[in-house]
Design a protein around this ligand. Structure first.
Ligand SMILES: CC(C)(COP(=O)(O)OP(=O)(O)OC[C@H]1O[C@@H](n2cnc3c(N)ncnc32)[C@H](O)[C@@H]1OP(=O)(O)O)[C@@H](O)C(=O)NCCC(=O)NCCS
Length: 125
């Protein structure tokens, strides 16, 4: 179950899409400096971008970036509390795409990355 957000060219053709779902982050997967500022629950709520893709004909036009910013903006506007935005990069190369936007490694799971909502809020301040 996921909410899917689609960018179209004005017709029915999809140019790009991403999905969002609720997830959680185990406190022990966060850097100690962040975890120590949080209540001592086992986990905190988070938002997972499960899929992000841009049609290959439209790549390199900053639509991937536009979709991430759109997802950030929606998550910030949500009235449901979320501590961080999480992504599962499919490989090292895509992990580097997210790291360029300052995503951080989350725990031991390879290529699972996150960004605290407090950092995302600064982008829109
Ligand atoms: C990854 C993807 C969404 C990027 O979309 P895009 O519209 O081509 O990317 P943008 O034009 O917004 O590029 C933004 C920056 O990311 C870089 N980048 C683009 N695709 C990248 C990739 N696959 N790996 C690493 N960096 C990438 C660009 O070079 C650009 O960097 P710059 O700021 O130094 O110029 C797109 O290539 C895609 O759909 N790939 C297949 C699915 C996928 O891998 N999804 C990721 C989720 S696991």
């Amino acid at each position: 179950m996921a909410s899917c957000f689609v960018l179209t060219d004005g017709s029915s053709a999809a140019i790009a899409f991403y999905t969002l779902t609720a997830t959680s982050i185990a406190l022990h997967d966060l850097p100690a400096s962040m975890a120590k500022k949080l209540p001592r629950y086992p986990s905190v709520p988070a938002t997972l971008m499960g899929r992000l893709a841009v049609d290959h004909r439209y790549r390199g036009q900053r639509l991937g970036e536009l979709m991430i910013m759109d997802a950030f903006s929606r998550t910030l506007r949500s009235e449901i509390a979320t501590y961080a935005f999480v992504v599962d990069a499919k490989d090292e190369r895509t992990a580097s795409f997210y790291k360029a936007y300052d995503f951080l490694q989350l725990g031991e799971v390879q290529n699972r990355l996150f960004m605290p909502m407090a950092e995302i809020a600064k982008l829109f301040a």
